[in-house]
Design a protein around this ligand. Structure first.
Ligand SMILES: Nc1ncnc2c1ncn2[C@@H]1O[C@H](COP(=O)(O)OP(=O)(O)OP(=O)(O)O)[C@@H](O)[C@H]1O
Length: 441
């Protein structure tokens, strides 16, 4: 039996590699932080911040930048300013499932007042309660709405909140504004012109990190998280040390820091950075790979993290992401997955789309779901392929001509069954029985 241990040969402070760690400095985002600074600067002058929209792909530091800049402003309000009465409020629309203006307004009300979320009122009433709470607080109020696209088409709050002063929803002594954050560019483009013009006075684009920037981010984290790993100010480094390539910017000063680690082999951070940069340039993903690589070494009681750990970490993290994607799929996508899973269990995969469609229709009847036509059903198979859940391969055309495709699962069949059975609709389905029942196809 493996014993639990209070110490690790690898980690010093592994929590630094978790999502809840908030960096104070983001030297790779100096320009974006400057833009954000300009948008918030009017608040320091007592006239309220501009509304600003931060956009860019996932894991590009949008949330981290907003939180860091707001804490700078908060520090200014508390220690440097005589007049700035500042209230900030961070709301994650996705985590709290804020898919309507009603839900968003009631959550903001809760955050501002500390009271419970109002329920059972009309949307207008809850919006009024939110504005009334702002009147009670007074001064500059900056609301961060993260994953703002969760609101979908219900854009009422996005119209009312940024224009609250102009519309007279709040008193003259109140200056509310929004920092909206989204990685869904399509959603932003589809906003009505009315909302677009009121929601963002300013907008800041966060473009994907390249491999060099990711290396810097990882080295700063690694120096805090791993044992015998540090950043040494370059003016304190003895001249006979080889400084090639590992100088890290820590706090936007001109002073570089030399990265040294007894635990991470030299290739680990460049490899992880290259893997993540080739993919989406997502810092969250890169940090996850680094943490997982450390955990793998730790699990084996090894004292060094090497490139093999990093590669295995990537495989494991990607697999977890696919599983997460499977859980979040729509009913129709789950039905397509269910049909392919049943055929995988019966040993019939790789299998063409037509027999999968037959099994799909049978399962759809069994769970009382709508049945799509064959063409739209095939879109779902292609979607499973794109998400890495299934593998589709073009095979020789049938006698009538045209390309034919064969599909097989890319994920472990038992995992697919487990995830489907977690979905209420499929909880009573016996996939092993379906796979034995030839009448399905
Ligand atoms: N320049 C940076 N320096 C240090 N850590 C960073 C940097 N950029 C991002 N991170 C870290 O990467 C992770 C993801 O960043 P963040 O949540 O800010 O991204 P995001 O752009 O808001 O992504 P999403 O749209 O998916 O929410 C966080 O752990 C954050 O601390």
């Amino acid at each position: 039996m493996t014993q639990f241990s209070e110490t690790s040969p690898i980690f010093k402070r592994e929590e630094v590699l978790r999502e809840e760690h908030h960096p104070d400095d983001l030297p790779e985002r100096v320009d974006e932080m400057d833009d954000l600074h300009m948008s918030l600067a009017p608040a320091a002058r007592g006239v309220g911040a501009n509304n600003v929209f931060l956009h860019g792909k996932a894991g590009q530091g949008k949330t981290a930048a907003a939180k860091a800049k707001l804490s700078e402003l908060q520090h200014h309000a508390e220690h440097e300013s005589n007049h700035l009465n500042l209230t900030t409020c961070y709301v994650s629309c996705e985590s709290h499932d804020l898919s309507t203006s009603y839900k968003a307004a009631s959550r903001i009300y809760q955050e501002l007042t500390g009271r419970s979320r109002p329920t059972g009122y009309a949307t207008d009433v809850v919006m009024d309660m939110m504005f009334e709470a702002m009147n009670d607080i007074g001064g500059t109020i900056i609301i961060v709405l993260d994953e703002i696209d969760t609101l979908g088409d219900d854009d009422r709050i996005l119209y009312s909140l940024p224009r609250a002063r102009a519309q007279g929803y709040v008193d003259d002594h109140v200056f509310p504004s929004i920092i909206g954050i989204s990685n869904d560019l399509q959603w932003r483009d589809n906003l009505s012109p009315k909302v677009k013009s009121s929601l963002y006075d300013d907008s800041v684009l966060f473009s994907p990190y390249d491999a060099t920037q990711l290396q810097q981010i990882l080295r700063r984290r690694a120096a805090k998280a791993f044992r015998d790993t540090e950043l040494i100010p370059s003016d304190k480094v003895s001249t006979d040390t080889d400084q090639n390539g590992d100088i890290v910017d820590v706090d936007n000063s001109d002073k570089g820091f030399l990265f040294q680690s007894e635990v991470l082999s030299d290739e680990v951070i460049p490899l992880i950075s290259a893997l993540s940069a080739q993919d989406t340039g997502d810092a969250r993903q890169a940090i996850k790979y680094l943490r997982k690589a450390g955990e793998l070494a730790d699990k084996n009681n090894e004292v060094h993290v090497n490139a093999d750990h990093a590669r295995e970490a990537q495989t494991l993290v990607e697999r977890e992401a696919v599983i997460e994607a499977m859980r979040k799929m729509t009913t129709q996508a789950h039905l397509a997955l269910a049909a392919l899973t049943a055929l995988e269990l019966s040993g019939d995969a790789p299998v063409r789309a037509k027999p999968i469609y037959g099994v799909y229709k049978s399962i759809a009847s069994k769970v009382d779901a709508d049945k799509l036509g064959q063409r739209r059903f095939k879109d779902h198979l292609r979607e499973l392929d794109m998400q890495g859940i299934a593998d589709g391969e073009k095979v020789a055309a049938g006698s009538i001509g045209g390309p034919a495709w064969e599909y097989q699962l890319q994920v472990d069949t038992e995992i697919a069954v487990e995830i489907l059975k977690d979905t209420t609709r499929f909880s009573n389905i016996d996939f092993h029985q379906i796979s034995n029942d030839r009448s399905y196809s």
